[in-house]
Ligand binder design. Sequence first.
Ligand code: OGA
Ligand code: NI
Length: 340
Amino acid sequence: MEQLVASWHNGRSLPETYVLPLEIRPGKLNVPVSTNIIPVVDLGGHDETAIIQQILEASQEFGFFQVINHGVPSNLIDEAMNVFKEFHAMSAKDKAIQCSNDLNKNCFLYTSSHRYATEKYHFWRDSLTHFCHPLEKQIQFWPEKPTRYRNVVSEYTTEVSKLGSTILELISKGLGVSPEHFSNGLTENPKMIVNHYPPCPDPTLTLGVPKHRDPVLINILLQEEDLYGLQVFKDEEWIDVEPIPHAFVVNIGYVLQIISNGKLKGAEHRVVTNSNSARTTASFFVNPSDETLIEPAKALVNTSSPALYRSLPYKDFHSKFLVTSADWKELEKFVRTTSA
Ligand code: OGA
Ligand code: NI
């Protein structure tokens, strides 16, 4: 396996292969980049219409919002974050025993990006990835160490999955699409990505993850308390996403952009590193199964609003995403209808 950043970064200066070209380097950090604030939606309120409106507005304006009073117990969130941190703190040897480095496996561990072998420069992160549904089938592929991993993470993914359904139901009501639209194959294959960004010798020169859009319906992200790192690109500037204890950060992915026929936008974001502390995050990607067709919802397509995207199986979209994500326009061309 390529060397995980966690195994070698201590006491080293930033290797040349992690120094990014000027145009994508974050440059100066620690100055507030923007006064814009990602909206925080209280899901505990009783006025559903108001909640839907807040979610739709945030999704259209930023492609991002945070949720509080979301129903996932705080102690479960703390336990899950602890076990994610413990996983990445294990020795490289133990991690390699627990997971494959084969991207086609149900659970695997990689560093930088899916394209390590061919990319021109690398990114400062290690990631553990595994599928979640059906739990009875997937859990056997998950790490057995830390010993609590399977217990805690199965409970965590069950709860976060419910939250995902709630959020998609609110979004479907806001868009005017039947809530059942999302209860079939479109949400059948969620995936966990447990990211780990070790302390970085020079955060101005490199990134944890470069500017991207998630190839998913929505992502429900857990951040560590007190540690900044996630930034959203809006109106040509980067906005920091404040870490709020026990909140989740939700973002619209490119698949939901297609389903909503462009009414919602897959949000562009990146991850900056910091020199003091390791930062761990957990993405819960709400995702279709491979064979599920992704296409604009019929309820959103009519003569005045023709389909902007063609229909294609999720697996075709995802394989194209993997080869083109560095070149966003290529993916756009691939998924657009020819008439658009
Ligand atoms: C991702 C992602 C953000 C973060 O996993 O796609 O954007 O802060 N993660 O780790
Ligand atoms: Ni992302």
